[in-house]
Design a protein around this ligand. Structure first.
Ligand code: F0G
Length: 456
């Protein structure tokens, strides 16, 4: 059969409040045209993030009831640890309440003033943690990864030549090498096994530890199986194990491919660093057998890690994004291609080319998607990156809108609805106007700034 169905049926439902376009115009005004300021009850389809917003399975909810809340030595931790080590056989696994806590811990181990950390692309919290330690975060994704229309199969790959040149010049300042799979900031694009091994070889040549940010490791492994020569007949757990085999550790947000609503971890092999990390964990998150989590959360993750490597799940997961990308492409909407693992990225600057980048075409599109269809997406462009450290404002390299797909949460009819909302916007596109920022905080302005739509 050519239809890839959702490989589950629905046992519990969460009603969506239906609203009219007129309602939403009022809600937008109250939220100052910033979608982060909307109560989620006013959103029909929430594509703000795929992080922690997925649906847990009946087996995960059942595991919640087996959670043991002992402060030390909870069996929930041992089940969680075994599930992580089954896929990523690191010696030490330290749970955290989410990914950024693992990143903060990693930087407490390796960061510091004057150091430099290379990555394909640092996710924003990773970059913030590197920079907060005093180090410099450097991105070396391949050129194809910055070109929305380029159909390279592994657009998340590290540029190995650039990494080598960088290491030759700066290795004394580099405490570790990092790689993010999939590359979220570049559109959820995968990294090939060959590239992971090539990065590992460069790190090894300079005797530097190599860490993967593995948030979407299962989606990345699925792309390797589909696209990398020689990988088609291999199981997902085997591919995952290969991805981590040549690394020294990983950070993880289990709110993504842990299929949990909360959670994360830092895993590593180095005994001395692990001891240091445990001391940090006790000070910041909790005792090392629960990290910042309840025992029940650890149990839900133990089950989630088994479910996420299921091929039927991954086929459905990646296909639902690809379906939307194909339909939008056919409508003439410029989308990042090929489809990424967890999100659809629209090139708003190219599509709404009558709006000056300094008037935020990405935000204009995000607002239009909400107004026309109640869809909440996220601008990744000049609103997010435009304010410079010296206080001036510059256009970002791209003005994208991300529609991130929560896991196992929406169905085919929701996907068709999303496409229909884009059809409607295609009709009204010429009348869409840019925005002005009326009020903004000193940092991370996209979360709380207030906009005013332009009238001309
Ligand atoms: N690394 C990557 C690649 C991520 O995508 C995220 C989170 C993190 C680290 C941090 O994890 O949220 O558990 O602290 N990404 C979310 C998103 C927030 O919407 O893309 P966290």
């Amino acid at each position: 059969m050519k239809t890839i169905i959702e490989p589950f049926r629905i046992k519990a439902v969460e009603p969506i409040t239906l609203t009219t376009e007129e309602d939403r115009r009022g809600f937008l005004k109250k939220a100052h045209h910033n979608l982060f300021l909307l109560p989620s009850s006013q959103v029909l389809i929430d594509l703000l993030t795929d992080s922690g917003t997925g649906a847990m399975s009946s087996a995960q909810w059942a595991a919640i009831m087996t959670g043991d809340e002992s402060y030390a030595g909870s069996p929930s931790f041992y089940r969680f640890e075994a599930a992580v080590k089954n896929l990523m056989p690191f010696k030490h696994v330290l749970p955290t309440h989410q990914g950024r806590a693992a990143e903060a811990m990693l930087m407490a181990l390796y960061g510091g003033e004057g150091k430099m950390v290379p990555n394909n692309t640092h996710f924003d919290t990773t970059r913030a943690n590197v920079e907060a330690s005093g180090a410099i975060a450097q991105d070396f994704v391949i050129a194809a990864g910055l070109d929305p229309a380029n159909e390279h199969p592994f657009k998340g790959n590290m540029d190995i030549d650039a990494l080598k040149t960088f290491m030759a010049a700066n290795h004394e300042r580099v405490p570790l090498v990092m790689l993010t799979i999939t590359n979220n900031a570049g559109g959820g694009q995968p990294v090939s096994l060959e590239n992971i091994r090539a990065v590992a070889a460069v790190a090894r040549a300079y005797a530097k530890p190599f860490y993967i940010d593995g948030c979407r490791f299962a989606e990345n492994a699925w792309f390797i199986k589909l696209r990398e020569p020689g990988q088609a007949d291999r199981s997902i757990p085997d591919i995952v194990r290969d991805c981590f085999a040549e690394t020294d550790g990983m950070t993880m947000s289990a709110k993504k491919d842990g299929l949990g609503n909360i959670g994360g971890w830092l895993a590593l092999n180095d005994d001395a660093k692990a001891e240091q990390a445990r001391a940090h964990l006790i000070r910041t998150e909790g005792f090392p057998t629960y990290g910042g989590l309840a025992g029940r959360d650890l149990d839900a993750l133990a089950v989630g890690l088994e479910e996420v490597v299921d091929e039927n799940y991954l086929a459905y997961r990646v296909r639902s994004n690809a379906y939307i990308v194909e339909r939008l492409d056919a409508l003439g909407v410029p989308v990042v291609k090929p489809a990424g693992g967890h999100a659809v990225f629209v090139d708003a600057r190219a599509w709404l080319n009558h709006i000056d980048p300094m008037h935020y075409p990405g935000q204009a599109l995000a607002v239009a998607l909400y107004e026309a269809g109640g869809i909440r997406s996220c601008e990744i462009g000049t609103v997010m990156f435009g304010r410079q450290k010296d206080g001036t404002e510059q256009r970002a390299p791209m003005d994208l809108v991300r529609l991130a797909m929560p896991r196992r949460t929406y169905t085919q009819s929701h996907a068709d609805y999303i496409v229909e909302v884009f059809e409607e916007i295609t009709r009204r596109k010429a009348s869409l106007k840019g925005l002005r920022i009326r009020k903004e905080p000193a940092m991370l302005r996209h979360f709380t700034c207030e906009f005013e739509p332009m009238t001309a």
